[in-house]
Design a binder for this molecule. Sequence first.
Ligand code: EPU
Length: 353
Amino acid sequence: MFYYEQDYDLVHDNTFGIHANALYFVRYTDEQQLADAIGWHRSEVPALPWLHVGSGSNLLFLDDFPGVVLRSEVKGVEVMQSTDDWVLIRVGGGMEWDELVDLCVSHGWHGLENLSFIPGQVGAAAVQNIGAYGAEASQYVVAVECMDLSDASARRFEAGECGYGYRTSVFKTCLRGRYAVTRVWLRLNRRFVADTSYGGVADMLVSQGIAPASATAGQLREAIIRIRRQKLPDPAVQGNAGSFFMNPVVDEACKDRLLALYPSMPHYPAGTGGWKLSAGWLIEQSGWKGKRLGPVGVHDRQALVLVNLGGATGMDVAGLCQAIRQDVARLFGVTLVPEVNFIPDVLLTNLSF
Ligand code: EPU
């Protein structure tokens, strides 16, 4: 048995706080309810598109959504296997990610501390491979359980089949929109090693009177929460979706050309022979930090974050996105790619250069 709502306002289901109506909205609490919803879709409204949302912390609605929006309420954490060194857990895709991190820290299951306070659900974390302060979800994901939205069949993807990379996976690319993530399997360490190597983390611990090398998991989590609170606006106060753009990866020649002009430009090896630049730095240098364009603006402490200053539409945000992209392209010859998912995403093509 499942329930749907019709003409449902998604304003509380996207952290930008933008009004957009879903033709149908379905919440499911277990696999059976999701399978029932898929059966109903097949027999009653087969032509309508699906959209699976999490907490809406990475979404930008440009218009109403003329289809079926799904939201997981599948919760719960099960211990599947446990050794002296690690624990294997199976987590409902609808659990809030930070609730999971908190629970893991309190149980002595380690690895996720640096990923503290990231908004969103566990399922979405596995889809977009969330990352922060030197850690990525994919380091801990062992497998992802999914349900096929066309026929309700279950499929389990081992981590190696997920195509993980910087902020990406097969669920965002070639398999986009095909599956709902129902459960995520994670392997966490029993031994805690504080990773304080990312800029600012050690400084924050020291400012709290804690020697970085002897920080406990709880102290590291608190330090990460403090850093995020300082830099990132609270969506409950000011609508936003965290980093709006991905950090661009460029080739060696591009990095060298820009470094010759801007010797202090932050740049990091991207692993694949390329170089990752800081979108926040590029946006700040192009003069947009703290600026506004109508009802939207660029956050004054982290230029990667676009904010709804009140009453913005998705198109207002998209307009600011485009103005920034054009300036960064003109000044640096670098194309910024949004990390946020535009709904409908077809418009993104029209918004490109
Ligand atoms: N920078 C600026 N100006 C800015 C912002 C950043 O010059 O306005 C420079 C900083 O000085 C630093 C570099 O850019 O040298 C990196 O900045 P920061 O450490 O703030 O990280 P980021 O690369 O801008 C990424 C993630 C964040 C994550 C942080 C910390 C992406 C797209 N974003 O931002 O993720 O919290 O690293 O690990 O990779 C999110 O996804 O919503 C998010 C906030």
